[in-house]
Design a protein around this ligand. Structure first.
Ligand SMILES: [Zn+2]
Ligand SMILES: [Zn+2]
Length: 140
């Protein structure tokens, strides 16, 4: 189990109960959009407003605790930042799968960054399409 208190402190943020609870929700589900996070958080803290939760998600994204995953045609989802990985994003149901396969393209990526004199800060590869689950539903 990850220690969210030290994670927040490492990124220079206070470990408030709002932030802790947002991280617990995202940590449990992997990827969640703002409405889904809000729906979970108010079960425990009914007095929290959507604006407060949104503000804290933005602060945690800017500081690097969270990463925003854009979903075409839907609201962005958020995940707890971790090692570089690829996302398989379903444009039909909005599901996001993490895949730890950077290896194959690693050399060409490294070469591109070097030849462009690009000061790389973050690697993010998102693949958009229709997941196998949604393809099965369509076929039946
Ligand atoms: Zn799908
Ligand atoms: Zn991810």
């Amino acid at each position: 189990m990850m220690n969210y208190i030290s994670m927040l402190k490492e990124h220079g943020l206070k470990a408030t109960f709002q932030r802790m609870h947002i991280l617990e929700v995202i940590g449990e589900y992997g990827h969640k959009d703002i409405d889904e996070i809000y729906a979970e958080v108010i079960k425990v803290h009914p007095s929290l407003s959507l604006a407060t939760i949104y503000k804290n998600i933005i602060i945690m994204s800017q500081s690097g605790v969270l990463s925003e995953v854009p979903v075409i045609g839907k609201k962005s989802k958020y995940e707890i930042s971790k090692q570089d990985h690829i996302h398989l994003i379903c444009t039909h149901c909005g599901s996001i799968e993490d895949k730890n396969i950077f290896i194959e393209n690693k050399n060409s990526l490294d070469q591109l960054v070097i030849s462009e004199h690009f000061n790389l800060e973050k690697k993010e590869i998102n693949l958009y399409g229709v997941c196998s689950h949604c393809q099965n539903i369509k076929a039946s």
